[in-house]
Design a protein around this ligand. Structure first.
Ligand code: ADP
Length: 458
């Protein structure tokens, strides 16, 4: 069996699966199965950066190898090109994207130096799986060094339509570099089609029926591989003692009221101000929901060094203040907004207690919170998932109430509908959702991707 090599920006954790998200667990399981190497950034910044000593660790059959960033790599590549250019562009936010040649150069240089550190570690029969937008050009550099192994790439975030992507000054070079992969996986069919359309419109690509695209003298296979969660174990979290404690506490506190829950990293792609406004609109338009339907939003901050993230935080605090000032009563608060992380078991309990899971990103690769909410429900009395059409998850989770997050009034109306949804409809919808979440779990995702990658060369 060939060895698996995973490349991702962050590496691990391998041992502590309670701390790891479903995705890290899926990757670790794949590595354990075939034995493997996991390569990436150490999470640390040092003067030597990528030129410093390789940090290695072996855990069972899994080897970890990481390098540091230099302060400039961190500033220009990580906090620069990946977070200020690629993240906004790939989330359709041209208005927030920053274009800067120095950042662009740093991104390429880091990819080249990562490839140079990885290349000597590779064995001839390895299968290499590269993750996410930090490493779009990695395979091209590895190929230039002589790597002939199968190399697959999975994009965890959206791939925008060509009308957006072509605003990126170096889009042609970037997409051309992607052609060095054998397989490129996207979260949705929509993303895959955008990639294909880009190549047809910008590079006269020829597309075959099996999803092979030929352009720039190379052929890649492009496919949709929707990421899943470790569904069964998340469902077990939801009935753990820890989760039950949360449910009991909330039941005592909220008594006959209902709770809407939102859980997101604090990011402008998540549509949080629009979500808060939609909730406020529901209170305004449907007075029966006042003193009855509250909202718990959990949103730990991320990337706090960027202005766009500071602004969104301030905006949310302001809306929360306004809504709570206007609609609170002496014994009821509409919005509880919490900016810290929780253990996954606790989170599972919070989902389980909540009648409505409100997941309304303006743009999201997949959105795993939507799937976790479904997995945590009680089959006897499940809640309702209200899901943005712009989350990748909407392509498969058709049992949800699908909304346009920009249409505040429609989201408010949908919330009202979810509040009053009868038990039999909730159960019917949830059963469909759970079937999908359970079937398309993290293990199925990784099997599908790796099988496809290995067959690219067959
Ligand atoms: P993204 O990858 O853009 O952050 P996803 O919804 O796909 O969005 O994944 C987010 C993951 O982070 C989920 O597994 C979710 O449970 C977890 N998460 C988000 N907020 C918290 C929190 N406050 N505490 C613990 N886990 C969180």
């Amino acid at each position: 069996m060939s060895r698996l090599v995973i490349v991702s920006n962050r590496v691990g954790p391998v041992r502590d699966s309670a701390r790891a998200g479903g995705l890290a667990v899926a990757i670790v399981e794949a590595l354990k199965e075939s034995g493997g190497l996991w390569f990436g950034w150490s999470g640390e910044v040092s003067e030597d950066g990528t030129h410093g000593a390789l940090k290695t660790e072996t855990v069972g059959r899994v080897e970890l190898a990481t390098v540091d960033f230099s302060p400039d790599d961190y500033r220009l590549h990580y906090a620069g090109y990946t977070n200020r250019t690629l993240w906004p562009i790939l989330h359709y936010r041209l208005d927030l994207a920053e274009f800067d040649r120095e950042m662009d150069r740093a991104y390429r240089a880091v990819n080249e130096r990562f490839a140079a550190r990885l290349f000597p570690l590779l064995k001839p029969d390895d299968v290499i799986w590269v993750h996410d937008y930090h490493f779009l050009p990695l395979a091209a550099t590895l190929r230039a060094m002589g790597a002939e192994q199968p190399i697959g790439f999975f994009l965890h975030i959206p791939f925008p339509v060509p009308e957006i992507l072509t605003a990126l000054p170096n889009h042609a070079a970037l997409v051309r570099a992607m052609m060095a992969y054998d397989l490129i996986g996207f979260q949705t069919e929509r993303d895959r089609r955008s990639f294909e359309r880009y190549l047809q419109e910008e590079a006269d690509a020829v597309v075959s029926a099996e999803g092979r695209v030929r352009a720039y003298g190379r052929t890649v296979t492009a496919g949709a591989f929707p990421v899943g969660i470790d569904a069964e174990s998340f469902a077990r979290f939801a009935t753990s003692a820890d989760a039950r404690r949360q449910v009991d506490r909330l039941t005592r506190m909220i008594a006959d009221g209902l709770q809407i829950i939102g859980v997101d990293r604090l990011d402008y792609s998540k549509g949080l101000p629009e979500r808060f406004r939609a909730y406020a609109e529901m209170l305004e338009k449907y007075p029966d929901t006042r003193s009855h339907v509250s909202m718990l939003q959990i949103a730990p901050p991320s990337r706090e060094e960027l202005d766009a993230y500071i602004e969104i935080r301030q905006e949310l605090e302001q809306i929360t203040g306004n809504v709570n000032g206007r609609y609170s009563s002496f014994d009821w608060v509409p919005i509880r907004y919490i900016t810290r992380g929780f253990q996954r078991r606790t989170l599972a309990g919070l989902y389980r207690f909540s009648r409505i899971g409100l997941v309304t990103p303006l743009r999201d690769g997949m959105n795993l919170v939507a799937k976790e909410y479904v997995a945590a429900q009680d089959s006897e009395d499940p809640g309702v998932l209200v899901l943005s059409r712009f989350a990748g998850a909407a392509e498969t989770l058709d049992g949800a109430l699908i909304v346009n997050p920009f249409n505040i009034e429609a989201v408010a109306d949908t919330l009202q509908r979810a509040v009053h949804m009868p038990l039999d409809e909730r159960q019917a919808r949830w059963t469909r959702l759970w079937d999908t979440v359970r079937q398309h779990d993290a293990a199925a995702w990784r099997e599908a991707f790796l099988t496809s990658l290995k067959s690219c060369r067959a």
